[in-house]
Design a protein around this ligand. Sequence first.
Ligand code: TA6
Length: 289
Amino acid sequence: MSDTTGTATLMEGRGGLRKVVLAHPSGSGAEVYLHGAHVTSWTPAGATEMLFVSERARWGEGRAIRGGIPIVFPQFADRGPLPKHGFARTREWEVAEMGPTGDAVTVRMLLRDTDETRAIWPHEFRAELAVVLADTLRVTLSVTNRGAAPFSFTTALHTYFRVDDVARASVVGLQGVPFIDKAEDRRRRLQEEAELRIAEETDRVYVGVPGPVQVAGAAGGRTITVEREGFGDVVVWNPWSEGARSLEDFRDDEYRQMLCAEAAVVMQPVELGVGATWRGTTQLIIDNG
Ligand code: TA6
């Protein structure tokens, strides 16, 4: 069966960082850096690259790669005292396992607490990211409390989709869902339209999204369905022109080529008892073309 289930190869990537390249016999591929357990590429069979990574992304220790799927943990954005979006995206993860699994090809990466993480977040934990590539891309984050007291966290898989032109892209599946508008003084509103179109800076946390969302107008005119388990919220972000100019690792006009639709837990932090494990999954599914 192994010759039909693909390969996982550890190799040097950009900036001298190590990455695992997944290749599935269907023709799909993905890349995951150990730095941040960061998925930087997903090319479904017969399709183009579906994840956006900035031409100005920095590939080095201590900072997050701009694009792909940064892991937000244990703090979403600036909702607490930690560095923005926590520390998981700027740490080196270790490969626990890689290779064919059933009819997919998988890499599992681990992050554990260190003196450095405990100095800013005093908890013992074990985080695992499993990236499972077949016809779809399935990404599961698991967090286990290995300490002697409960802790809480917020989290997201901050997925940057590549779009042909953000002005012609939309997010579907949010109608009737309340959202916090970070671009407008954190006002709470209700999504009225069936399609969320992007025509200005957009930074919204949709709270308790009942089903999957679709990103229409993704690269090559495709539609991606974003399924979620465990991640109750969905964050939609595009910095638009002014915001883009304030990001040093992002070209001024690249806001046209990306749209973040993130599986997230923001408004109601995960409370994790001693010895307990939380699991959240997102599955990206491409239309039939
Ligand atoms: O998820 C949306 C967000 O929190 C935005 O407010 C925006 O700042 C974005 O994340 C990117 O954050 P970063 O720290 O990667 O520049």
